[in-house]
Design a protein around this ligand. Structure first.
Ligand code: ADP
Length: 472
């Protein structure tokens, strides 16, 4: 049998472009896979990517796709980064933008056209560069499954749902803009209550559909979490697999993280205190002995911003410091800014800042993740690696990675878990965390245990390799 030649496609790949966990995983997974099989990643060459810094060079390969009478020129670029082969796709409509998808909390109005162009580029790359396995991620690459099948590509396609909320649903009249045939407007294909749904098309045409945690694979087949696709996913349940994401410990390692003031690890935890003191100073938070609680993430309903904001007043009444880093919907930004103005023990940073996020993880005693739903969640895994004990809603990937504290320390990892999605339950879980903070030796034991837990991308990659082998 022929060796696997995998093309792994995503709209964002760290460090070139990242808006969240997809960017992390779309770098870490192909990097881990390439140790075992031939793997190339592919993403758009957005205007904000520094070509020189990453050695991104033209391949000389280009093609034109005509969509609804307009010709779109597409050029392939290439770079080697951290031992990984990456193709970059350049087209002005797709790439000449300030943001990946649009300003925080919004999307560009022509994202369908942009990512249709990307979809055609992926399908073209499979044939042109002779790949024999395609792995697509989220709605931005979903159309590539449909286009590839239209072109007669028979190779196995794996499609991963990182977040079912963003499905790529568009007006049926747009179909012509994307260069896919009318036959896809069908109940077993992209048709969706009179609209067109890209993710549904990819589910229909992929050989295997994965999602990013075992619990989420079950949840998305229920009306409560299925966002209208639960029935279709139940229909395709025989090809649906939940594989827990992992993190790249080359990047998220407090022993050798260039963003930190001191290094630390499970057996040398003292540096964590230095990181905490340095951050408290940077954030002008005064009480050094108080626990530092943090939140890093997108300001969206999904991430539990409503209960977070509802609970903050009471939370800040305790002897704690709170740090929040994030960006997103303006209603949340405004509410948080008001709270910041009135509370000295609250640090708020609006925006996206990779290095600051590492400093906050390292400084924190506890990390909040009150998500309404959470496909996997990488932030809680990063937090645990950096010795910040998570406080999470028991849902999706949070359920699979954070377990109530237990003396036997059997299941990785441990933290504070609340079941009911309301401020009272959330605050009760935080209050348990604050009790633990007072018992220094128990606190250190839980912290060490979490730091030692293996949430590595290698574990995740092994499962994907088995899956690809099965498809071969
Ligand atoms: P998402 O649903 O956004 O993908 P994850 O928990 O899976 O959530 O991954 C979020 C990733 O993005 C983590 O690496 C987290 O540290 C990072 N992140 C989120 N918001 C910010 C921010 N404002 N600044 C820096 N990093 C951020």
């Amino acid at each position: 049998m022929k060796e696997i030649r995998l093309l792994f496609a995503a709209a964002e790949i760290f460090p070139f472009a990242k808006s969240g966990g997809l960017g992390d995983i779309a770098f870490a997974l192909p990097k881990a896979l390439r140790k075992k099989i031939s793997t190339t990643a592919i993403m758009p060459l957005y205007g904000f990517i520094d070509r020189e810094r990453y050695g991104i060079a033209p391949t000389g390969e280009h093609f034109t796709v005509t969509l609804d009478g307009s010709a779109h020129d597409i050029e392939f670029f290439h770079a080697q980064y951290d031992g990984m082969d990456i193709f970059f796709v350049y087209n002005d409509t797709l790439c000449d933008r300030e943001y990946i998808y649009g300003p925080p909390g919004e999307g560009y109005g022509d994202n369908d056209l942009r990512f249709a162009i990307f979809g055609h580029s992926i399908a073209e790359a499979v044939e042109r560069f002779d790949f024999n396995m395609l792995h697509l991620n989220d709605w931005h690459t979903a159309l590539a499954a449909v286009i590839a099948r239209d072109k007669g590509v028979k190779h196995p396609i794996v499609y991963t749902i990182h977040n079912l909320v963003y499905q790529g649903v568009f007006d049926a009249r747009f179909m012509k803009r994307w260069g896919v045939g009318d036959t896809h407007f069908h109940i077993d294909d992209m048709e969706y209550y009179g609209y067109l749904n890209w993710m549904k098309g990819a589910i229909a045409h992929a050989d295997i559909v994965t999602t990013v945690s075992p619990s989420y694979a079950i949840e998305i087949q229920l009306p409560e979490f299925g966002f209208g696709l639960d029935g279709f996913l139940r229909k395709h349940s025989d090809k649906l697999v939940g594989i827990l994401n992992g993190i790249d410990y080359d990047i998220f390692d407090p022993m050798r993280d260039p963003s930190l003031d001191a290094s630390f690890g499970p057996s040398s935890i003292r540096g964590k205190n230095r990181c905490k003191n340095a951050f408290l100073k940077e954030a002008s938070l005064k009480e050094k002995e108080w626990p530092l609680i943090s939140f890093i993430g997108r300001f969206s309903e999904q991430k539990g911003l409503d209960i977070l904001i509802d609970s903050i007043g009471e939370l800040l009444g305790n002897e704690i410091n709170l740090a929040i880093l994030g960006d997103g919907e303006s209603r949340y930004i405004e509410a948080l800014k008001e709270i910041e103005a009135e509370n000295e023990n609250f640090y708020l940073q609006i925006g996206y800042d990779e290095s600051l996020s590492h400093r906050i993880y390292a400084a924190s005693d506890f990390f909040l993740m009150p998500s309404i739903f959470e496909p996997c969640g990488l932030a809680q895994m990063i937090a645990m690696r950096y010795g910040a004990i998570p406080v999470v809603h028991e849902v999706g990937g949070l359920r699979d990675t954070v377990h109530p504290i237990c003396r036997t320390r059997k299941i990785c990892g441990e933290g504070f878990v609340f079941e009911s999605m309301d401020s009272k339950s959330f605050l009760a879980a935080i209050s348990e965390a604050l009790k633990l903070y007072k018992k220094r030796s128990s606190l250190q034991k839980v912290r060490r245990f979490d730091m030692e837990c293996d949430f590595s991308i290698e574990k995740c990659a092994k499962k994907y390799l088995d899956l690809y082998e099965g498809l071969r």
